[in-house]
Design a protein around this ligand. Structure first.
Ligand SMILES: C[S@@+](CC[C@H](N)C(=O)[O-])C[C@H]1O[C@@H](n2cnc3c(N)ncnc32)[C@H](O)[C@@H]1O
Length: 213
């Protein structure tokens, strides 16, 4: 969404990522289809900072991919905390697991293979921080699961990535474009929900910050 020069300036004025994350980014580009899905340096640092501010005990992540955002979010966990991250694609499991292990905070991260929609409620946990970064066609389902099934409490934060969806939220939406349709429905649902307050950060592809009242 940002002008390329501005993006370069933002990169140049953001703390460099640690070498493990650079290596994970490289391996993701070498070994995985759609490497662009990785959070990357600026968003990763933002996630880390937000997590450090919140100091969550339990974090839920929907969409592990190769583990970049999980590693960033885990940095803010309280000492007795745990991050539960869900991924439907089992082919990504080993790559993410190897980097969690190398990071030294692998013991704080619990990987789950399967849909967060089915499995997250089974954990019986209430999360202080949730990062929604799964299938864009399911964002409204994730939100309903979190709010209606008691996976968050008053004071919990939810971060949702890609809510500007490459600017497509402003275009006429094709009838078969379920990704854009669901992002639009999600943004509207959050905006109209009296149980939360929210703001969209125009960071990268747009990140919605939501606080449960
Ligand atoms: C944009 S990527 C996640 C990127 C990752 N958070 C990062 O920053 O590196 C989205 C991932 O969500 C996964 N996914 C899609 N639907 C899911 C679901 N219902 N539960 C868990 N993961 C899901 C996809 O397989 C894909 O790997």
């Amino acid at each position: 969404m940002l002008d390329r020069e501005i993006e370069r300036y933002v990169q140049a004025h953001t703390t460099p990522e640690e070498s493990l994350l650079t290596e994970l980014d490289r391996q993701t580009h070498l070994r995985v289809i759609s490497p662009r899905m990785i959070s990357g340096r600026v968003q990763g640092k933002t996630l880390e900072m937000l997590s450090r501010m919140i100091r969550p005990r339990y974090i839920l992540e929907i969409g592990t991919f190769t583990g970049y955002s999980a590693l960033c979010l885990a940095k803010g966990l309280s000492p007795d905390g745990k991050l539960h991250t869900f991924e439907v694609d089992d082919e990504l499991e080993d790559l993410a697991a190897a980097f969690f292990k190398k990071s030294g905070c692998g013991h704080l991260i619990k990987q789950h293979i399967g849909s967060a929609l089915e499995k997250a409620p089974e954990l019986g946990l209430v999360f202080d921080l949730v990062f929604i970064d799964g299938d864009k066609r399911e964002y409204t389902d994730y939100y309903r699961m979190l709010l209606d099934r008691g996976l968050v409490r008053s004071g919990s934060y939810i971060l949702a990535d890609n809510v500007l969806w490459y600017g497509k939220i402003l275009d006429d939406v094709a009838r078969n474009d379920r990704h854009t349709q669901n992002i639009l429905a999600f943004n509207r649902m959050v905006q109209e929900d009296p149980r939360v307050e929210n703001v969209i950060l125009p960071l990268r592809d747009g990140m919605m910050l939501i606080r449960v009242l």
